[in-house]
Design a binder for this molecule. Structure first.
Ligand SMILES: *[C@@H]1O[C@H](CO)[C@@H](O)[C@H](O)[C@H]1NC(C)=O
Ligand SMILES: *[C@@H]1O[C@H](CO)[C@@H](O)[C@H](O)[C@H]1NC(C)=O
Ligand SMILES: *[C@@H]1O[C@H](CO)[C@@H](O)[C@H](O)[C@H]1NC(C)=O
Ligand SMILES: *[C@@H]1O[C@H](CO)[C@@H](O)[C@H](O)[C@H]1NC(C)=O
Ligand SMILES: *[C@@H]1O[C@H](CO)[C@@H](O)[C@H](O)[C@H]1NC(C)=O
Ligand SMILES: *[C@@H]1O[C@H](CO)[C@@H](O)[C@H](O)[C@H]1NC(C)=O
Ligand SMILES: *[C@@H]1O[C@H](CO)[C@@H](O)[C@H](O)[C@H]1NC(C)=O
Ligand SMILES: *[C@@H]1O[C@H](CO)[C@@H](O)[C@H](O)[C@H]1NC(C)=O
Length: 478
């Protein structure tokens, strides 16, 4: 069934011909922040610097007139609104991440193109934006309750992902690591005795939390006992957190665990598709800010771990992945479009290309196409089937998301894994869950339909968006 979901790549090796980049989508992790352990975490100045630095590097790659990867027709210095789309969930760290990145992408005009900085008034005096011609790039914040959140953070509040992810804790792999690392974690208690109640609180079950606390304290707090952590211990903590988080976000035999990577892929496709639909005109550059769990899920889904085992590891702060839409020649040719995948680890790594889907070819190029079994009727649950609106709304969302060559992409709100429904729990729970999912589906569909131009605003009687029913999970959002 969902194993039938395929990600096809017609791999080709890129040659040295003058290719032309037409559009790029960048997905960024946040920069350095305070620990999540206490909640209310914030982006630090170091984090803002990291994102700014990364934005500058993308500027050098895609905007500079002397760059071989320059996006065709992009304004080199002055921000042109139609060329850029930037979006982040309504969370200060991610909004700050996107803002800092955009500041690097479009520095104040006074610093880079002084001749364009001022505007002349009728009385001949000239005025420029504050802060030496600061450039204001529109950033679209996505509210937690908006159906649009699925594209960047498809795991948040998605019961299917939460349930699949929780399954990791029942795996043999998890249990054996829990047992084999118990002593190691307990031995670290002196480093964090002010934060955790007892050594019993420390185990692989909290691998990321413990790593995060020690890593952040070690970096930021000169008087913290965590400063005494050794390089070996920190490495061990990080790699254990890597394995736990990868496990929570990807399992080859359980596609639901990485649904958020599928929705991200859908989002990337949809942004690139807009560029395609305008024949390479606009938008040219999209920035999305999100979390490491989406990165890890995508690494698994796109089989990047076959390209390098480094992809089993958490991406550093301010890591980015980019999807470059290009044609091998100079002209925009709708029938000869290719997508290249790039990853930059943290703010210091190089922007490097990697082959997707285990194709094994360095700097591989190809068509990105995601097909998903969700489009098949047999995967639609019986409970949901009763509702008359469902089929039509589904089709509508589906049509919106169809890729050119007949492939489909999926949003978690209209996909359910039958195994989730048949697994334990009473029928009532299942119905509630199905209704929650259905409610979200309808909400999402309504939203999309409304956004599409207000056709068919028939109210859906009796169905309101349900309150959040996400199961508690150890998945980390930011
Ligand atoms: C021109 O107009 C601007 C805006 O009203 C004003 O601030 C400025 O002082 C004027 N300059 C002159 C030379 O009158
Ligand atoms: C992956 O999923 C399979 C099938 O559901 C399960 O048997 C296995 O334990 C899972 N592995 C991990 C690490 O979650
Ligand atoms: C530590 O464990 C105790 C029970 O064993 C629990 O009540 C407490 O919330 C835990 N504290 C932390 C910080 O994890
Ligand atoms: C730094 O660590 C010390 C010792 O654990 C603690 O008392 C203090 O609150 C910490 N400072 C900050 C800013 O977290
Ligand atoms: C680090 O360990 C030493 C020796 O155990 C101790 O004296 C010192 O206070 C510790 N440092 C901090 C910051 O807790
Ligand atoms: C990124 O860097 C971290 C360590 O800083 C490493 O664990 C991880 O494997 C790296 N990822 C990739 C894809 O290089
Ligand atoms: C990933 O790619 C490798 C190398 O091509 C291949 O052997 C493996 O089956 C792929 N894994 C998945 C899950 O597609
Ligand atoms: C791409 O755009 C075309 C034309 O608007 C549309 O039919 C198709 O569904 C879009 N595909 C995606 C993935 O958004």
């Amino acid at each position: 069934m969902l194993h039938a979901s395929t990600l096809a790549l017609a791999g080709l090796v890129s040659t040295a011909v003058a290719e032309t980049v037409h559009g790029v989508v960048v997905f960024s992790r946040h920069g350095d922040r305070t620990t999540k352990h206490f909640g209310a975490q914030v982006l630090t100045p170091l984090g803002a610097q990291q994102c700014f630095q990364v934005g500058s590097e993308y500027r050098a790659r895609y905007f500079a007139s002397d760059s071989p990867h320059r996006i065709n027709g992009i304004s080199e210095f002055q921000h042109v609104a139609a060329q850029v789309w930037a979006s982040a969930p309504d969370q200060s760290i991610l909004l700050g991440t996107a803002t800092s990145f955009l500041q690097g992408l479009y520095p104040p005009l006074g610093d880079i193109q002084a001749s364009d900085v001022s505007m002349q008034l009728a009385n001949s005096s000239s005025v420029s934006n504050p802060l030496s011609g600061y450039q204001y790039v529109t950033l679209h914040g996505i509210n937690d309750d908006s159906p649009e959140t699925v594209w960047i953070k498809g795991d948040d509040d998605c019961p299917v992902v939460a349930a699949a992810s929780a399954d990791f804790k029942t795996s043999a792999e998890y249990k054996s690591r829990l047992a084999s690392t118990r002593d190691f974690y307990r031995s670290l208690y002196p480093l964090v005795h002010e934060i955790y109640l007892s050594a019993d609180n420390l185990s692989y079950a909290k691998a990321y939390d413990i790593f995060d606390v020690i890593n952040v304290e070690n970096l930021h707090n000169a008087t913290s006992p965590a400063r005494n952590v050794t390089a070996d211990q920190l490495f061990q903590l990080r790699t254990l957190a890597d394995s736990a988080e990868f496990g929570l976000n990807y399992n080859n035999s359980q596609p639901a665990r990485s649904l958020h990577a599928r929705t991200l892929a859908a989002s990337v496709l949809s942004h690139l598709n807009e560029t395609v639909n305008s024949a390479g005109q606009n938008p040219k550059f999209a920035l999305l800010a999100g979390s490491y769990d989406t990165f890890l899920a995508f690494f698994g889904l796109a089989n990047l771990t076959a390209a390098s085992p480094d992809f089993f590891g958490l991406p550093d702060y301010a890591s980015t992945m980019a999807f470059e839409l290009f044609t091998p020649g100079a002209a925009f040719d709708k029938d000869d479009l290719h997508v290249r995948y790039l990853f930059k680890n943290g703010s210091t790594g190089a922007i490097k290309s990697f082959p997707l889907f285990g194709s094994g070819k360095a700097d591989c190029v190809g068509r990105l196409c995601q097909r998903h079994a969700a489009a098949r009727p047999e995967h639609r649950g019986g409970v949901v089937q009763r509702l008359p609106e469902r089929g039509r709304l589904l089709r509508r969302v589906q049509q919106r998301r169809q890729v050119r060559r007949g492939c489909h992409v999926v949003c978690c709100w209209w996909w359910r894994d039958d195994s989730v429904l048949s697994r334990g729990g009473s029928i009532a729970v299942l119905v509630v869950m199905a209704v929650a999912i259905l409610g979200n589906l309808i909400w999402a569909a309504m939203w999309l339909v409304r956004r599409k131009g207000g056709r068919r605003r028939r109210p859906l009687r009796g169905w309101e968006r349900p309150s959040k029913r996400a199961q508690p999970s150890d998945k980390e959002s930011v």
